[in-house]
Design a protein around this ligand. Sequence first.
Ligand code: NDP
Length: 259
Amino acid sequence: MNRLAGKVAMVTGAGRGIGAAIALAFAREGAAVALAELDIDTANATAERIRSEVSGARVIAVPTDVTQSAQVKQAVEHIEASIGPLDVLVNNAGINVFCDPLTMTDDDWRRCFAVDLDGVWNGCRAVLPGMVGRGRGSIVNIASTHAFKIIPGCFPYPVAKHGVIGLTRALGIEYAPNHVRVNAIAPGYIETQLTLDWWNAQPDPKAARQATLDLQPMKRIGQPEEVAMTAVFLASDEAPFINASCITVDGGRSALYHD
Ligand code: NDP
């Protein structure tokens, strides 16, 4: 239960879903955790839940819009002044923007990239000077299986997620000499509000959910906690030689050609 003892971590988009599960798992493993979240109410509620579940947890909630680089920089300064220099950053905040390429608006394109790629870079840029200066750090970027597989009609989300892998590899190489590791996790279908919203937007939500289940080799959807376990591993000292890599957490779905 002490795999992250003594570490200080920041998780973006930690008010709910995968980010909340990561924040809870980090606190359980002994890290002090900052929840950097757009919706401060969900962040506060999640911070309260973590405090009630993990005795002695050091958790703070910080309002942060990852699309705004100055805000992210300020959040990092606030977190470091409050709970200590950051050892770990998880760039988790992300949104689905699923369009047909030729009818997509410019705004959809920008909205997607602002959160899903700029947001990741803004986080990295804000923490890297400190991590490089201290000669230690682990950054975990939440990508997606859309980072290497394409589903028609989901444009431009996979383009941004491909970018997250490129950013992960480039920064992992740049800062390897400074002992800062940069890795990604590519989740497949995980049961969160994001996924529920997508099913509910389909003409028959129940059938859409069943269709997703039918695609899964394990015949089930992943849980946020299953992504969180991988984030704990990558953030910890158990992964000292894993860098510029991506771990897929999808129950094998992306390896499946067809049934
Ligand atoms: P959710 O929508 O459940 O949670 C995302 C969280 O990020 C929300 O709390 C949301 O806040 C927050 N957020 C959104 N925009 C911003 C922003 N600009 N600044 C700060 N926080 C923001 O999503 P998931 O937990 O499902 O997804 C988390 C990550 O995992 C995303 O990067 C997603 O792309 C990725 N992923 C998810 C998969 C899945 O099946 N669920 C599969 C593959 C990848 P608010 O509620 O205020 O919008």
